[in-house]
Design a protein around this ligand. Structure first.
Ligand code: ADP
Ligand code: MG
Length: 240
């Protein structure tokens, strides 16, 4: 579903992604961990071309990333992304937030978009908040809306970049539960997170990144119980 070959990315003199090669099969849930600044967010952002790469090839569902225009917009619609900050539209209701992209980008009719949005809000457990505004919801609820909003485009892949890092601790599990259920339903997911419980329960695979490279690529249990590299051991010693 995602294929990256020889991907290189610099920010000025900083070599942020070093020769990244990665295949993510359909339905796989890949957890990405690593120290701050190791390139995890940049990796996510290259997959829907929020960041262009300097070298290498990225394919989503077999198609190479188009550089721009309608083809790029179509590809972005296939790759849902959820960030640490929820980025909901403050002046739109929860329902409007979820309906917006399908109506504008997919040209879905309003009544169809509305019933689909309500279905998705129900799925993430907040259908009863549909007419409220983002500021009236808790952080955990807002992040669940952000997930519903991404799902509204019927993406083939979901990217999550530290989706629970900005949440109060008591709200983390409600978001992880939604992600776990998505994973169980077979969604292909790339998840940057240090939530070990989630990684072990929902993850098929862990990538450990350091200095822009994938240093370990293994199953979650092996990674968290017996990391191979000194860097991973050092990293786990700090977060656990
Ligand atoms: P992580 O998500 O693992 O913390 P990032 O991918 O955000 O790492 O960043 C990797 C490195 O690239 C960091 O050193 C960061 O400061 C730098 N970086 C990220 N985005 C930009 C940008 N837009 N311009 C310049 N440097 C950036
Ligand atoms: Mg990051």
């Amino acid at each position: 579903m995602i294929s990256m070959t020889g991907v290189q990315k610099h920010f000025g003199d900083l070599h942020v992604l070093r020769d990244i090669t990665l295949e993510v099969p359909v339905g796989q849930v890949v957890i990405v961990v690593g120290p701050s600044g190791s390139g995890k967010s940049t990796l996510c952002r290259t997959i829907n071309r929020l960041e262009p790469v300097d070298e290498g090839v990225i394919r989503v569902d077999g198609r190479e990333l188009p550089a721009e225009g309608k083809a790029l917009a179509a590809l972005r619609a296939d790759v849902g992304m959820v960030f640490q900050s929820f980025n909901l539209f403050a002046h739109k209701t929860i329902l409007e937030n979820v309906m917006l992209a399908p109506v504008k980008v997919r040209k879905t009719g309003k009544s169809e978009a509305r019933s689909r949005a309500l279905e998705l809000l129900d799925r993430v457990g907040i259908a009863n908040q549909a007419d409220k505004y983002p500021a009236q919801l808790s952080g955990g609820q807002q992040q669940r809306v952000a997930i519903a909003r991404a799902l509204a485009m019927s993406p083939k892949v979901m990217l999550f970049d530290e989706p629970t890092s900005a949440l109060d601790p008591e709200m983390v599990s409600e978001v992880l539960d939604v992600m776990t259920s998505l994973a169980r339903d077979g969604m292909t997911m790339l998840v940057v997170t240090h939530e070990m419980g989630f990684a072990r329960k929902a993850g098929d695979r862990v990538l450990f990144m350091a200095d822009g490279q994938i240093v370990e690529d293994t199953d979650p249990d092996s990674f968290f119980t017996a990391p191979k590299s000194d860097r991973a051991r050092d990293f786990l010693g700090k977060i656990l």
